[in-house]
Design a binder for this molecule. Sequence first.
Ligand code: FRU
Length: 477
Amino acid sequence: MEKMSAQAASWRQRFHLMPPRGLMNDPNGLVWFDGAYHVFYQWHGDSCRHGLKSWGHYASPDLVNWRSLPPALTPEHDYESHGCYSGSALVDGDDLLLLYTGNVRLGNGERASYQCLARSTDGVRFAKRGPVLSAPPSGFTQHFRDPKVWREGDDYFMVMGAQTVQEQGTVLLYRSDTPSSWHLVGDLLPVRDNGYMCECPDFFRLNGMDMLLFCPQGRQPEGNRFQNRYPSGYVAGRADLATATFEHDAFDELDRGFDFYAPQTMLDPGGRRILFGWMGLPEEEETPTVDDGWSHCLTLPRVLEWREGRLWQQPPVELQALRGPVVAHGRHSLDGELSLPGLVGECFELECEIEPGEASRCGIDVRAGGDAFTRIEFDSANATLRLDRRASGTGASGVRTSPPLGRERLRLRVFVDCSSIEIFVNDGEQVFTARIYPPAGAEAIRFFSAGAAVLNEVRFWSMACARESAAGLEIAA
Ligand code: FRU
């Protein structure tokens, strides 16, 4: 790695997957195979611009200790001449399959998209088998990418991000009895309200509910929802895969923060549905670390559950292995500002419960120092939670707001890494994710309220460090 400025070095993440150099985007091919979690990712190792993408590769036995492996796919052939784009993985007998999009730019500004197959016996070296689907169906453009495959009984299924010739986004369903040829079943989103292109679909069943995740580019904001230039989210309902009919509820976001895109999931041996997202957005290439030769990272893993008619997202219990010794505080009344002994740091997990009571607003500032702070604020009048990064430091700014929450109590579980914050609200009812680039030394944590509130059960842990080896990031508890 080239010599990095001290400031940028202080923003290297300690417990998130990030590229050793270059640009990282979508998580790809999440899978449990041969005793390990595998997380592949879109990687442009030579630059912090989007360009010729390979598949980077991490593996872990436990979602905590990660090993960087050699890139699984790099562009070599005509059918992938301009990048091995996003896709998915599938365990097939003793083998691991990757299905991905071969991106080809044709000199005239047009593109071609090939859905390609690669096979591995050891989960490390992949033999390419070439395209298994060479064109979109008639009525659809070459914006046709990001295959997600899964198996049900003897059938293989695949969802594809697609665009109609009228430039409307949708997700197409394919079926087969072999992963090497595919038949169109139909269009899962025939109501045309999903922008101009849907990227990165994922389909799975969650506690009896059928879920379709996708990223509808061009979908317009609605109130506080879909404020990001590139939204991502899900619909939930009942799908009939024989006919590609899907009766579902309205599209909603998975994350209320700023930097969350292209989420993908996998099923683990314990039956958990685990999600990773890209902690970034398309066309936001000017991050404060590009001059130092790296950009973006993935989110923490999240376990998805469908209960009480809604989606819940929680960090997996394994992440507790990253915790240092606990600093615990009991009940405090809160009126104005409060700092608690032992709560300081740039890389930590913080759990607390706040009863807003009479307060018109209350919350926590983290990464505070000098004029800088990142604010998590409950607004009692609207019963909403805001993530405010206007004073966070360098980089993109702004405020994001949750839908209305309960007013009685607010449970927060906050993960702060060197340049990110993830907030799990009310045991996973809402999540906010954002990159922040605070100045050096901004390490204070302050609780605040306007009016009388109560702070319950504060627990704080410094988080373990990652070691950076020549190969990339190694995180060890
Ligand atoms: C989403 C995306 C995918 C594509 C990949 C290319 O961020 O645009 O649709 O496959 O990134 O890196």
